[in-house]
Design a protein around this ligand. Structure first.
Ligand SMILES: [Zn+2]
Length: 423
């Protein structure tokens, strides 16, 4: 969808009057600036869109009449009259965020100031059970829309965050053939009757970190998603890195142990088989089942099958020696892999996110310690390691840039026109 089309309907009468599509492009540019930079005076806006103050004043009044823009109040005087700031009306349009994982899906709707409309809804649906999954998802989203009294036409787009091997050219998810063989954005656009934009889960988390988290205003950041698997989202030179066909970031499948365990991917001894949440849960089940002493056993009331990652992390935070050792060991293997990334890519920041991020320092301390062992110090010292501050929210928040970068980038630029601007 082209964002300037949005203004076509509302600005139709004035458009017919002057017969110019240029104004739609100008309005889109103003929308983009106000969305990304929040508030501006008319004088601030004139430079970036290259129009005069009277023209800008006229367009801003139209945008206010159409409900897009609101006056935010007067700022500090710069020597004359106090300038008036304008911003987007945050509730003129919304963004629907859908974060799908193998086991559950989270949903929320965000306004144009990126604020959630309500509590995030989490539903337990399994991704590999589509098309039933789709039916449930559609039903829940419809209920959400009714609950918040939203007009579907006012939803700019749905951002969908989904795991799997996704080819960015065909937009097909090869890990979940049951999703169908149409491009993912088509599948979700048809299902929801809303323009949908789909991105890989870890890449979406990296976008979330880049817009709202520790990677904000940073250009070279690696975001690790350590949960049931291990993924990598890369912000390189300020852009999300996709690779040739979108398969970049399969960090969990580099081989660590040539005699190791069989991985889900079919290979042997992948990083995921020793360092992921699933790996340490499997290990804890086996060792505690065989008599290993740990408070994990008490936390699951002696039901070994109930051991999961949150329980292990909880035990570690309570000082359980075995749980701490499990997380330390995972951190050691992660550092082994991260050393390769640091030597190869020289990142400014590595953010550890995903379910394992709940372990906090219990994970990042052994990672840092082992990195000192595995990396060349001169390179290592330029990379800071952080645990994600957004934690489990990074994926859902990342659906906002998934929608907005698609909408804002998919536009003709007024500055590319050689003709003078006529309104
Ligand atoms: Zn593997």
């Amino acid at each position: 969808m082209h964002l300037s089309k949005l203004f076509e309907t509302q600005g139709e009468s004035s458009l017919k009057k002057n017969g110019s599509t240029r104004k739609l492009v100008l309005k889109k540019q103003i929308f983009s600036i106000l969305y990304l930079e929040e508030q501006k005076t008319i004088a601030d806006l004139c430079g970036p869109v290259a129009v005069s103050i009277p023209t800008m004043t006229r367009i801003m009044h139209e945008l206010m009449d159409e409900g897009w823009v609101i006056e935010l109040g007067a700022g500090e005087s710069r020597g004359g009259r106090r300038p008036v700031f304008y911003g987007l009306n945050p509730s003129v349009r919304y963004i629907l965020g859908i974060e799908m994982t193998k086991r559950y899906t989270r949903i929320n709707v965000f306004d144009l100031q990126n604020r959630p409309l309500g509590d995030t809804l989490q539903i337990d649906i399994e991704l590999n059970k589509a098309p039933d999954t789709f039916e449930i998802l559609k039903g829940e989203i419809d209920k959400f829309i009714v609950k918040y009294d939203l007009d579907k036409n006012r939803i700019l787009g749905a951002g969908v965050c989904i795991p799997g091997l996704i080819n960015k050219k065909s937009n097909i998810n090869y890990s979940y053939p049951n999703l169908g063989n149409k491009p993912l954005d088509v599948i979700f656009s048809e299902l929801l009757d809303i323009p949908a934009y789909v991105e890989h889960d870890t890449k979406t988390m990296a976008l979330g970190e880049s817009w709202f988290g520790l990677a904000r205003n940073k250009s070279n950041v690696l975001c690790l998603n350590v949960g049931s698997g291990i993924g990598l989202g890369m912000i390189m030179n300020g852009e999300l890195y996709q690779g040739f066909s979108g398969f970049s970031g399969e960090f969990g499948h580099i081989q660590i142990d040539s005699d190791g365990e069989l991985c889900d991917c079919g290979k042997i001894g992948c990083l995921e088989t020793v360092a992921s949440g699933s790996a340490i849960v499997a290990k804890a089940k086996s060792k505690i089942g065989a008599g290993k002493n740990s408070i994990i056993k008490k936390l699951v009331n002696d039901d070994i099958e109930k051991i999961n990652l949150p329980v292990i992390i909880k035990a570690a935070h309570q000082g359980d020696q075995y749980a701490i050792e499990l997380i330390e060991e995972s951190g050691g293997y992660l550092a082994w892999g991260m050393a390769i990334l640091i030597h190869l890519l020289n990142p400014e920041l590595i953010i550890i996110g995903g379910d394992m991020a709940g372990a906090g320092n219990l994970l990042s301390d052994p990672v840092k310690q082992k990195l000192n062992k595995y990396t060349i110090n001169r390179i290592r010292q330029d990379t800071t390691i952080y645990i994600s501050e957004l934690k489990e929210h990074a994926g859902l928040l990342g659906t906002i840039p998934v929608v907005m970068t698609n909408l804002l980038s998919n536009e003709p630029n007024i500055n590319n026109h050689n003709n003078p601007v006529q309104i």
